[in-house]
Design a protein around this ligand. Structure first.
Ligand SMILES: CC(C)(COP(=O)(O)OP(=O)(O)OC[C@H]1O[C@@H](n2cnc3c(N)ncnc32)[C@H](O)[C@@H]1OP(=O)(O)O)[C@@H](O)C(=O)NCCC(=O)NCCS
Length: 183
């Protein structure tokens, strides 16, 4: 089952990063990376066409209280969302406290281990502070760098599924999981 999450008063620190709630003043940083082609598409969304679109999504992040901004050297360069997994698709997790992670990093910062550093911290927070039993992560099957991030953070292959997108395309998703007992 999905459990309630509210990160609106939570700040986590790693060696290089600050993970904290989004603020409206992050709007330009957010638009800067979300408008670049080839970033959001890997996570299943289209790059932002204008700053109004970014503002709307930033507002939803703040209202939903479940997405961390990733701050590096004073600039927001990405996000980690603690989303709800599909309870109907995974009835076997009914008695476990679960959530699903999704993440995006500015293209300018790929390949430096930053997302793995951020994901490890959020995983520890969810197990140690929020007492979750299981965390899921899904990636497009061809998104090798995302699957690699999951491996580096201790997630294990669970299964591959087919998913029908809003544009009626069938895509393959890799589902990985990490459980509290393995962490
Ligand atoms: C996925 C993403 C967050 C990774 O961020 P990152 O900070 O570059 O990740 P890390 O540096 O921690 O790790 C990336 C790993 O993937 C590897 N990698 C990169 N490109 C790869 C490829 N084409 N095939 C296989 N591995 C690849 C890197 O070598 C690295 O592994 P290593 O440390 O063993 O060498 C970033 O690429 C991104 O934002 N992509 C677009 C959005 C997205 O895909 N989000 C995930 C949706 S769930």
């Amino acid at each position: 089952m999905n459990i309630d999450i509210d990160i609106s008063k939570v700040t986590l620190k790693t060696k290089r990063l600050v993970l904290r709630p989004w603020r409206m003043k992050d709007l330009n940083d957010f638009f800067e990376y979300a408008s670049v082609d080839g970033v959001g598409q890997m996570a299943g969304w289209q790059s932002h066409k204008n700053i109004e679109e970014t503002k709307e999504i930033l507002n939803s992040f703040m209202q939903n209280r479940n997405v961390f901004a990733i701050e590096y050297q004073g600039k927001v360069i990405g996000s980690i969302g603690i989303g709800e997994y599909d309870e109907e698709a995974f009835p076997e997790f009914e008695y476990l406290k679960c959530r699903s992670l999704g993440y995006v990093l500015s293209k300018d910062y790929w390949g430096q281990g930053l997302m793995s550093e951020a994901v490890k911290k959020v995983v520890s927070y969810l197990f140690d502070e929020m007492d979750l039993d299981l965390i899921l992560c899904e990636s497009l099957l061809y998104n090798k760098q995302s699957i690699r991030v999951q491996e580096k953070c201790g997630f294990k292959y669970y299964k591959d599924i087919e998913y029908l997108t809003q544009t009626d395309d069938v895509v393959k998703l890799r589902i990985s999981v990490i459980s509290k007992v393995d962490n």
